[in-house]
Ligand binder design. Structure first.
Ligand SMILES: Nc1ncnc2c1ncn2[C@@H]1O[C@H](COP(=O)(O)OP(=O)(O)OP(=O)(O)O)[C@@H](O)[C@H]1O
Ligand SMILES: [Mg+2]
Length: 292
């Protein structure tokens, strides 16, 4: 049974091998991660490093070749009848927000329909009036006010940032305990991105929702994940894992250092630190990668 010390999500020795015509692709190789209740974990790495594959496994969309996924202490890929109830609860408790809200929102559904359909399907509201009230509340939570302006809008009538906020509001309809955001802010320009990230941070704190935040951009991870952990992925493996600010201020792995060098740094102290790292003048303390 889960108690306060049980992690929300645990990936334990996850490996994913894809069989292709050109041979086997080891997309994820023995990855172990932990995320606590209401906490944030950023998974960073360049294109093809295995982030989305890990995210799909964490959200139950893909069964790994090897390893275990536990949600609130229970294995989600187990067998038997008791497991199918666990899996059902898990699928509701974990919501996935995609990179492109255009691909995840139905173009012929207005905002009210998009948000009220899951509420009705799961009998979380009893009447249209109640649905309207709850939908307005959800819109306020994602910063789309006044709600009346947004209720009748279709995806093409909104900006990219507004569409992504609707996608987040839809993820919130079933009161999830974990949101997996896979490059959810990558398509937005910087000012809108920051607004969305602040909104997600507020949701995390107000609602206690955990976040697995996936990005190729270390600057984004630093911004959104500063109160949590960061895991750096390279060629299917975790090469560095630890508290975000520690990893960023004192990266131990050459790949993390290379990623950091690609980030423009407005903070002169950190810019100096990065120069020192480049010149090899850095502390030799070792943080290492996590145990399984
Ligand atoms: N269904 C699949 N079949 C075969 N190979 C796959 C499949 N899905 C992913 N891969 C391969 O696995 C590796 C990891 O892919 P993944 O999508 O997890 O990377 P990513 O880190 O999310 O990249 P990006 O930043 O571009 O989204 C890549 O080499 C990819 O080509
Ligand atoms: Mg991806």
């Amino acid at each position: 049974m889960a108690d306060e010390t049980t992690p929300l999500l645990q990936l334990d020795g996850i490996t994913q091998v894809f069989r292709t015509r050109r041979g086997d692709v080891r997309a994820v190789d023995n990855v172990s991660l932990n995320l606590g209740v209401g906490e944030v974990l950023c998974l960073v790495g360049q294109s093809g490093s295995g982030k989305s594959t890990s995210a799909k496994i964490a959200s139950g969309l893909l069964k790994p070749t090897d390893g275990e996924v536990r949600f609130e202490g229970a294995s989600i890929f187990g067998r038997g009848r008791s497991h199918s109830a666990t899996f059902k609860g898990f699928r509701r408790a974990v919501q996935y927000v995609h990179q492109d809200p255009y691909a995840s929102l139905n173009p012929i559904q207005d905002v009210f329909t998009t948000l009220s359909a899951p509420l009705r399907r799961h009998r979380l509201v009893k009447s249209r009036a109640e649905a309207r009230e709850r939908v307005s509340e959800l819109l306020a939570q994602v910063g789309l006010t006044p709600a009346e302006t947004f209720l009748p809008k279709f995806p093409h009538q909104m900006s990219g940032g507004q569409r992504q906020r609707v996608a987040v509001a839809r993820a919130l309809t079933l009161e999830p305990r974990l949101i997996i955001a896979d490059e959810a802010t990558s398509m937005l320009d910087v000012s809108i991105r920051i607004g969305l990230l602040s909104m997600l941070t507020k949701l995390r704190k107000d609602l206690g929702v955990g976040f697995l935040f996936i990005t190729h951009d270390l600057a984004m991870a630093k911004y959104f994940g500063r109160e949590g952990d960061i895991a750096v992925m390279h060629q299917g493996r975790i090469v560095e894992y630890g508290p975000t600010l520690e990893v960023i201020s004192n990266p131990q792995d050459a790949y993390t250092q290379a990623l950091l060098e690609a980030v423009p740094e407005p903070d002169p102290d950190l810019a100096k630190r990065k120069r020192e790292i480049r010149l090899g003048v850095r502390s030799s303390s070792h943080r290492g990668t996590p145990a399984a």
